[in-house]
Design a protein. Structure first.
Length: 274
């Protein structure tokens, strides 16, 4: 259930007509080449009838896309369960449209309640499979390439917050900086290397402390995240991310170093995605 409530990384698709045409082609090729669902019994022109089914599928896809566009603008954020319902509704509409073609155009057979509900039942099963694969693949593709756009960032809320990372070798002292300037912290033997923004430029400093102690200093800030046994990162400063379910590489601001997210921490990272 937590997966379904995550933000769906929907971006305006300028190629939606092409996608509708692709669905049209898929339906056409399946019917014309494989001839399932009794299509082989049809004695007329199978090419034209397959094309008609494809065109009906295109029209249903076209109408579905136009209908959902206002919803995508008014519902923010658009979540995975919203996209799942949209795909289910689109496939059901395609199924109902093709049922009318099958009954009234192809075989001139009236639609009985039994035929309608049987068709609806199988279409629903197929639509669940299609929605699962379609939404799942799209989500993980965007997760791989646009992880930073999925994370709820708290930069504005933390504008005036100053944090201190203590240096154990100098009692009472440490590095003080605005939390939004912190990029990442890397463990290095008995020290940590802190990468942060100073006067608009990327700087680093070594402090005699441990990653565990740093996490304890910053434990009240959810955007400070341990992404690797040797790295702690400020999620607010992610500018790009690449990888997959086995791990990611994060880019932070203008910092030339990429910060790894190891496979062990990937599930925990997903908990930050709302």
């Amino acid at each position: 259930m937590s997966f379904l409530t995550r933000k769906y990384p929907f971006s305006k698709n300028s190629h939606w007509l092409r996608d509708c045409a692709m669905y049209c082609a898929i339906v056409f090729l399946i019917l014309y080449l494989l001839q399932p669902f009794g299509f082989s019994m049809y004695r007329g022109n199978k090419f034209l009838m397959s094309l008609l089914f494809g065109l009906v599928s295109f029209a249903c896809c076209f109408v579905s896309e136009l209908a959902v566009r206002p919803l995508r603008k008014s519902i923010a954020p658009w979540r995975i369960w919203h996209e799942v319902l949209f795909v289910l509704a689109m496939v059901l509409l395609i199924g109902i449209g093709n049922l009318f073609v099958f009954s009234f155009v192809m075989f001139h057979y009236p639609i009985t309640p039994r035929l309608f509900f049987a068709s609806l039942y199988w279409t629903l099963i197929i639509s669940v499979i299609i929605a699962t694969f379609s939404v799942g693949i799209n989500y993980h593709r965007h997760l791989r390439n646009q992880l930073e756009s999925l994370i709820d960032k708290t930069t504005e809320e933390q504008t005036d917050i100053i944090v201190t990372i203590h240096d154990a070798s100098v009692r009472g002292n440490g590095l003080q900086l605005p939390i939004n300037n912190l990029l990442y912290i890397e463990a290095q033997k008995n020290n940590v290397s802190v990468c942060y923004i100073k006067e608009g430029k990327t700087s680093t400093i070594e402090l005699h402390t441990t990653l565990t102690a740093v996490l304890d200093d910053l434990k009240e800030y959810d955007n400070i995240f341990q992404c690797h046994r040797s790295f702690v990162v400020n999620l607010n400063n992610i500018t790009s991310a690449q990888g997959n379910s086995n791990g990611y590489l994060l880019k932070l601001g203008t910092c030339p170093t990429t910060v790894p997210v190891s496979r062990t921490y990937v599930p925990k990272l997903r908990s930050f995605i709302s």
